[in-house]
Write a protein that binds this ligand. Structure first.
Ligand code: LLP
Length: 431
């Protein structure tokens, strides 16, 4: 489900009309629904209830403190990829002891910091990293909990830029080498071999690659567990969401209808994987990002100009690729709907931002209801990898963010001021 829907032709997030938010906070504006975050977390948590498990929210998808806090209150752990992310968890009231720390380039300082916070586990990406963690742990008289990331060489069948589980990717250690790596790791000081981790890619809409990967890796986990006494097996993240209800529903007038139906549900995911995982008798960790946050967020933007060229109808909006880079970077589809729904035939339009790049677009040749200057649009399913991938390109301020719960809304990130953008810069002291 998601909580962005029309009520009397006005788009609402839960019970809050979005026009009231753009009036109060301006645009571009990210809006998140606490109801959707909670619903998605709970559904996944319940589907996995036959297993002892811990959901570690991949906070790279959305690291706003209010989002982290919402999930922490539901009992979530966190999949982090930098010391900064661990600090964010703590700042948001989350528990560092429920954090896993992933990423191919952990520095000594980051490792020392993570050890000082007693994180749950390091997800290790190379043998050199194992040695580094051992060295830092020895120096700080700590025992470092580690899990090696196995690269199972299974194609996730998703966009090339978000596939991670094949030998063409920089991630993990090859399946065939894992047992020898664990044997060597067992001889390194101050390490506790706590589990095994994998992650094959993002935005998977089919359960099959997950099944193939778990089928391949589970026997390896069983063998390693017998030798090293594991606590857990982490199956990573990657659960996909619906971005384009038209594709799912086959309804050419999708913008008139409720978002749709055909998706990889937590139930299908769990029904397929639980029987494969249960016999291991281990705690199962998972690292969903997009599934929890994607459909919980929208980016609101104001129409600044309509520009008709001989060929095209351009809708120029005040949000840009610096606010939401996914269409430019991955050719991603985001549903675009007006805050006020009107009648009339859709017009094929390109929705573009003000940045000086042809790649600064949100949609091309998209049938859109007629809009004009001063109207507002919502880019849906922007809660994951939206705001977090924002930049100051073209000296544009980072967007404000609002969390909604029922009838309430809270500004959870102020709009950045222009002076903030260059606050850390200075002019050299020579001419
Ligand atoms: N675990 C690991 C080790 C990951 O690398 C990722 C995502 C996740 C979990 C969470 O994956 P999710 O459940 O969100 O699919 N910026 C791209 C997505 C990059 C994903 C990076 N890693 C996008 O906008 O589609």
């Amino acid at each position: 489900m998601h909580s962005f829907r029309y009520v009397q032709n006005q788009l609402q997030c839960e019970s809050v009309p979005l026009t009231s938010l753009v009036k109060k906070y301006g645009t571009p504006l990210y809006v998140y629904s606490q109801e959707t975050l909670t619903d998605h977390f709970t559904k996944l948590d319940q589907a996995l209830s036959p297993l002892e498990h811990l959901i570690c929210f991949a906070m790279k998808s959305n690291s706003n403190l209010a989002v982290i806090n919402t999930l922490a209150n539901l009992g979530s752990g966190f999949d982090t990829v930098s010391a900064g992310e661990i600090q964010r968890v703590i700042a948001a009231g989350g528990d560092p002891r429920k954090c896993v720390f992933a990423g191919v380039g952990k520095t000594e300082e980051e490792i020392a910091y993570a050890l000082s916070q007693d994180i749950y586990c390091f997800n290790v990406e190379s043998e050199a990293e194992l040695k580094r963690i051992s060295k830092v742990a020895l120096k700080h008289k700590k025992i470092a909990p580690v899990a090696v990331r196995v690269n199972p060489n299974v194609d996730a069948g998703t966009h090339a830029k978000i596939t991670t589980g094949t030998y063409a990717n920089k991630f993990g250690i090859a399946f065939e080498q894992i047992e020898a790596v664990y044997a060597r790791a067992a001889r390194l000081p101050n390490l506790r071999l706590r589990g095994l981790q994998m992650h094959i890619g993002s935005q998977l809409t089919d359960v099959k690659p997950f099944r193939l990967a778990v089928e391949k890796v589970a026997p390896l986990v069983a063998r390693l567990n017998a030798k090293h006494g594991f606590d857990f097996f982490s199956i990573g993240g990657g659960l996909g969401i619906v971005y384009n209800p038209a594709l799912e529903s086959g309804d050419p007038q999708w913008w008139k209808t409720a978002p749709a139906r055909k998706i990889l549900t937590p139930e299908t995911y769990a029904k397929t994987l639980v029987p494969l995982l249960q016999p291991l008798g281990l705690k199962i960790l998972l690292e969903p990002g997009r599934f929890l946050t994607g459909n919980a967020g929208a980016l609101l933007t104001r129409v600044e100009y309509i520009k008709r060229t001989g060929k095209k109808n351009f809708v120029i909006v005040d949000a840009a690729m610096n606010d939401l880079i996914r269409p430019a970077f991955y050719d991603s589809y985001h549903q675009i709907v007006p805050l006020k729904r009107s009648k009339g035939a859709p017009i094929s339009s390109d929705v573009v931002g003000p940045i000086c790049e042809s790649g600064d677009y949100f949609a091309k040749d998209r049938p859109l209801p007629k809009v004009g200057e001063g109207d507002y649009l919502a880019l849906l399913s922007a809660g994951a990898y939206g705001s977090v991938m924002g930049s100051n390109y073209n000296s544009r301020s980072l967007a404000a963010e609002v969390l909604v719960k029922g009838k309430k809304s809270a500004l959870v990130r102020k709009r950045q001021t222009t002076a903030d953008i260059w606050a850390n810069e200075s002019v050299a002291n020579w001419k």
